[in-house]
Design a protein around this ligand. Structure first.
Ligand SMILES: [Zn+2]
Length: 135
């Protein structure tokens, strides 16, 4: 069996999909592993069958399907394919999260740009008159 050392999985400490290093097995459950988040450095038990994001998100041919043109005011679901006009790039939503300020964001795997975080359901702050474009 090939030893996978690094995976991408959802970190419940920093609330997002992160690169993690597998540090050990859990004797009682073959699907569970000790993993250390490379961002927040916390060690936790993850379920490799459920929590790990597939290393190869299939992005092949998504440009030929129905892609939603990205706009920060829209909201998206995991698995949805989007087109980012400014970057001329197609991607697939792989995760969603809520930032500390309450703003929602999506994590998107793009064909050219790789993994990017984008704002969704953007609500304009009402106390600021002129706000430059967010994305
Ligand atoms: Zn983390």
């Amino acid at each position: 069996m090939a030893k996978v050392k690094n995976v991408e999985a959802f970190c419940s400490f920093c609330n997002g999909v992160r690169k993690m290093e597998l540090t050990g097995e859990v004797a009682s459950d073959e699907n569970k592993r000790w993993a250390k988040c490379k961002k927040c450095k916390q060690t936790m038990i993850i379920n490799i069958a459920e929590d790990v994001v597939s290393q190869k998100v299939s992005l092949e041919g998504i440009e030929n399907g129905n892609c939603t043109t990205y706009s920060p005011v829209k909201s998206y679901s995991v698995g949805e394919t989007i087109f980012h006009e400014n970057w001329n790039d197609f991607g697939k939503v792989v995760a969603k999260e809520v930032l500390s300020n309450g703003q929602k964001s999506i994590s998107v795997e793009f064909q050219n740009s790789g993994n990017k975080k984008l704002i969704e359901s953007y609500i304009k702050p009402i106390d600021q008159e002129e706000q430059s474009e967010v994305i």
